[in-house]
Design a protein around this ligand. Structure first.
Ligand SMILES: [Zn+2]
Length: 251
């Protein structure tokens, strides 16, 4: 073994140690699920950092009802073709976006980070659940979160969705680059009228202070597309409805 080989070996061992340490750290993040002992009822007890899942008073999802009339500003969307990869993270199918897609509203600009899906829908509208819901997760520079939710009913085949659906994997951890990049605006219904309320992340740590914008108009996905999602994420991945408490839904 010459000097270079020895240093390469030492480097490999060091790299292995770092990767191993990172994996151990990751597994300290308590595992949560949508069912069984680590299901939604237990989330708040799985870790101190998940306490809001149990104690929060502004949790998501909700049944949107008793809407209050208000004058809501238009969402200013600047999206381009930049959904670049699709990931199965074990809980959902997620499309990651390159930087530069923004949504401006209420005097703040948020950047689109990722879009992921739930089946059946998490939010209900007037007691009605839908087969699929997309969450368009945005963050501003200070880390404030804004989620645009779009509900999909059984209907026409959704071509933009198919760009990700074609490459979604049934194996947790799998990631695929998308040869045809997704334009998030093409996943929206035609009109952008929305319901507005404050809520939380719908998965641990269930952090609050999330601005929610639920599109009033329902978009479509084919039954085959919904079935494919269910075959890849073979358990319902919707958190149960949470109490509205003192909140109001503005429209
Ligand atoms: Zn979500």
């Amino acid at each position: 073994m010459n000097k270079i080989n020895i240093s390469v070996s030492i480097f490999s061992i060091a790299l292995f140690a770092v990767v191993f340490a990172m994996q151990s750290m990751a597994s300290e993040n308590p595992h949560w699920e949508y069912y069984g002992d680590n299901g939604p009822d237990a989330w708040g007890r799985l870790d101190q950092s998940y306490i809001m899942c149990a104690e929060g008073k502004n949790q998501s999802p909700i049944n949107l009802t008793n809407m209050i009339e208000g004058s809501l500003p238009d969402l200013k969307l600047k999206y381009s073709k930049s959904g670049t990869e699709v990931v199965n993270n074990g809980h959902t199918i997620q499309v990651n976006f390159a930087p530069g897609n923004t949504m401006t509203v209420e005097g703040r600009t948020f950047e689109l980070k990722q879009v992921h899906f739930h089946s059946p829908s998490e939010n209900n509208i007037e007691g009605k659940s839908y087969p699929l819901e997309g969450h368009f997760v945005h963050a501003d520079k200070a880390g404030n979160l804004a989620v645009i939710a779009i509900l999909y009913d059984h209907g026409e085949h959704n071509n933009e969705l198919e760009k990700a659906w074609e490459y979604m994997s049934a194996s947790s951890g799998d990631k695929h680059m998308l040869p045809n990049k997704i334009n998030a605006s093409k996943l929206f219904p035609e009109k952008h009228a929305y319901y507005r309320f404050n809520g939380s992340l719908t998965t641990p740590p269930c952090s609050e202070g999330v601005r929610w914008f639920v599109m009033k108009d329902i978009n479509n996905a084919s039954q085959r597309q919904v079935r494919k999602f269910i075959s890849v994420i073979p358990h319902d991945n919707n958190r149960p409805l949470q109490a509205i408490n003192a909140r109001e839904v503005i429209q």
